[in-house]
Design a protein around this ligand. Structure first.
Ligand SMILES: [Zn+2]
Length: 472
């Protein structure tokens, strides 16, 4: 007995393709294909029907056979990334993109940190996204974002797996102290930098921008000397490391787009930093398709924006004006999930030349299925999340108070614990430890209730996408 995923049915070059679920797992079925097409797949023929397991080799063959499943460049078109750590949520994401026109999907999106914590390879991420997009019947094209790349090695691995959009993140090299250091300290820091890789010196770099004016729509932005020196001291080391990583991407010889991300830092990216970083990259022949600054306020995992929305609206507007004056290139909103109140501000400021990046919200929302059906499992997940919290919270901005989470929640309380900020964040960041210990039980629960999982994703993501597009 096998059940067809009706939405997956697609025709191409006279052949029909669909996905079905059988006792052995998911299978690709192809009817009416030529031997040349079938040659790429590994499976069994029965008359005109060919059945192939949904494995890595067949995912690769499927991407090469159905062109809309192979990652493509989105350029400046409005896009959003769905970052599915479980590898099971993409069919639900597809439903949301089918409901909202004008926003292009990046289903395959994972940082190397997330891949490490979930024990997935870039190929796993790519293949799961391929099967999910196919299952959901998405034919509108897909991106592929190797998110938060910090090493040459992971860039190579992601390129090999078929990723095409590289988010280069040299944020660890940012000198955050230079944001507030005394002027003399900042000057000494800037002067001490070795910028030979950028084919320049600190003095030349400062001289290039100090006193310059960038004409913005709202008026001229003058780069005063002290702000430029500070930008060089703070972002100069990251610029060097970023350029190194970008050169590595270029050396791989693959078609690609680049995002420069310095969002995971403690202090906001100043306007002068934005101008200096992007202008220097341009001087060195690097064209970015998007830039992810650290915005003002707090972007915490899985919850609404924390801070003044007026300040943020102005911040969006100023960075967007710079991106139009120097580019155009997209601005990228990271840790972008669940911040429903700010999407209209971002869409308006960027005029849709934007990328929304969400990473963990699918994970936490998937736990809703567990909370509704597997009460003891959810309690065990919560307990482990609390026990491992101090370790998990590292590298995330969080304001949750684990002390406010009920120790022995009743069955009826569990769904609300997925929503409530304290428990939501604690479980949000625990994905590594939780998947390590309960991965197979969670995946079983999600598989047992897969349509419910997809519907949760569908409803949740429509709310993310609608401000950037139009209801279909
Ligand atoms: Zn980010």
């Amino acid at each position: 007995m096998s059940t067809e995923y009706a939405a997956s049915r697609a025709s191409h070059d006279g052949a029909t393709f669909w996905l079905q679920k059988s006792a052995d797992g998911k299978e690709l079925v192809i009817e009416g294909a030529t031997p040349a097409v079938l040659d790429a797949f590994t499976g069994a023929a029965d008359g005109d029907r060919f059945t192939a397991p949904a494995n890595a080799d067949n995912a690769f063959a499927l991407r090469n056979t159905l062109p809309w499943l192979k990652p493509r460049l989105w350029g400046l078109a409005t896009s959003a990334g769905t970052g599915d750590r479980l590898g099971l949520c993409t069919p639900g994401h597809v439903r949301a993109f089918q409901d909202v026109t004008g926003v292009n999907p990046v289903f395959a999106q994972q940082s190397t940190r997330e891949m490490g914590r979930t024990h997935r390879t870039p190929r796993n991420v790519m293949d799961d996204a391929t099967w999910g997009a196919f299952q959901g019947g998405w034919t509108g094209g897909v991106g592929g974002d190797a998110d938060h790349q910090k090493t040459e090695e992971s860039l190579s691995d992601c390129a090999e797996a078929g990723f095409i959009f590289f988010t280069v993140d040299p944020g660890d090299e940012m000198d955050m102290a230079a944001h507030d250091d005394e002027a003399a300290t900042v000057r000494a820091k800037a002067q001490a930098l070795d910028l030979s890789l950028l084919d320049t010196t600190p003095a030349d770099l400062v001289a290039r921008y100090a006193g310059q004016t960038v004409e913005l729509e709202s008026g001229p932005l003058t780069l005063d000397e002290e702000a430029v020196v500070r930008a060089v001291a703070k972002a100069g080391p990251a610029l060097v490391r970023g350029f190194e990583l970008i050169n590595h991407v270029k050396s791989l010889g693959v078609t690609h787009e680049l995002e420069f991300a310095i969002d995971e830092t403690d202090k906001p990216t100043t306007l002068v930093e934005h101008v200096v970083v992007v202008s220097e990259l341009q001087r060195l022949g690097v064209e970015l398709v998007s830039f992810a600054p650290r915005w003002v306020g707090q972007f915490e995992k899985g919850v609404e924006y924390i801070g003044s929305r007026e300040d943020l609206a102005r911040n969006f507007q100023q960075h967007a004006e710079i991106s139009r004056a120097l580019g155009p290139y997209k601005l990228s909103l990271h840790s972008g999930s669940d911040k429903f109140s700010i999407y209209p501000l971002f869409a308006e400021a960027t005029r849709g030349v934007s990328h929304l990046k969400t990473a963990g919200t699918s994970w936490i929302e998937a736990l809703r299925v567990v909370a509704r059906h597997e009460f003891d499992l959810l309690r065990a997940i919560l307990k482990l999340s609390l026990e491992s919290f101090e370790e998990n919270r590292h590298s995330y901005h969080l304001s949750c108070d684990p002390g406010k989470i009920p120790t022995y929640p009743s069955d009826a309380q569990l769904d609300d614990l997925v929503t409530a900020v304290d428990s939501r964040q604690v479980m949000h960041v625990a994905y590594g430890a939780v998947l390590e210990n309960f991965g197979s039980e969670i995946k079983q629960a999600l598989d047992d209730h897969e349509d419910e999982l997809y519907e949760i994703m569908h409803q949740h993501f429509v709310k993310h996408l609608e401000p950037f597009g139009a209801r279909a």
